[in-house]
Design a protein around this ligand. Sequence first.
Ligand code: ZN
Length: 411
Amino acid sequence: MTKASSLELHKLRKELEVLEEKKGKGTELVSLYIPPDKNLNDVTSQMREEYSQAMNIKSARTRKNVQSALEVIMQRLKLIKEVPENGIVLLVGTIPRGTKDKMEVYMITPPERVMTYIYHCDSQFLLQPIRDMLTEKGTYGLLVLDRGEATVGLLGGKRIEVVRKINSTVPGKHGRGGQSQRRFERLIEIAAHEYFKRIGDHASKIFMNTPDLRGVVVGGPGPTKDFFINEGYLHHEVQKKVLGVIDTSYTDDFGIRELVDNASEIFKDLEVTKEKNLVQRFLREIVKDHGLAAYGEKEVRGFLNRGAVDALLISEEVESFRLVIACSSCDYKENKTVHDLKTFEKELPEKACPKCGEKSLGIDEFKSTLDELTELADRIGANIEVISTETEEGQQLKAFGGIAAILRFRP
Ligand code: ZN
């Protein structure tokens, strides 16, 4: 199965936001989920059956709307030569728009395989199965420790959460005068054992109560973590899930984040690691003199136009539009980036044309900045990565205005 790119997932998330707002007047919006191995002829005959069933719908308007939706679906099904590898999602229905109603049709290629065939008729589209596909599955248990403290955390999707801290009661290694060194060492050993046992109990309990736990990664400075693992302080069910033991410098919240960074080989298939690596590469370049990185919409667009971009990084929170403004009284034209489109559209008719002075400016072309930049990137074969704001690196990218590039060369 080919994995959907971060750009495709981002666009689908945006599309879902729009689809969530769609409401029919009655139970007349049809959602159809077709798994890849489903025979389309069978689906068509079921639609025919639903069509005749719909005769029984009491409200004339709902009946008409459901039947037209089913007709559209049957037409669409005829056009499909082959079901894509993940299946198809069809959302069809009449959406009220002011005084007029309009039939809307959405055909979605799902990012994951449709497992169950669903025919659903309601006043809203059924979107939960797609939402489920968009959340990254599985959680990883994180544990960092040394003889002084331990921290337990979880990594779910892109979110790192610190769940519990455990402080040590183990006395320092150097004995005080009066006690025999041997007796003192014995006390330390008992205290350490108690402390490790507490860590093991807390961590095991947290990890075993985590549904869909994929694995556990343990870190810390020095040999304590290895001792902890080798002596079997974790519950054997959790112990089986240990994917790796990794060096970190810290054992607090920062150590948990360090663990995720240092374990990138273990997490290499996770979206979060890909994002972190790219942003870190950008940050390393940007601090150099003449480093191979750029940021800011204008700068990045310039490098894209010159074919110099290797990877385009866009924060998921970049919400702006690229417009061509034209005057209908003269030949004035202008490219413009707008962040608040609604306000801009409202104020535009009041603005005078800079060339002829007439209040006759209008929007000629319209694209989101994301679409515009990704089209440019596509043209030169650059990688495109939409970066979430859930990670520290994502926040850093946002601080750079949300648009950045790693360059192939400096033209
Ligand atoms: Zn003009």
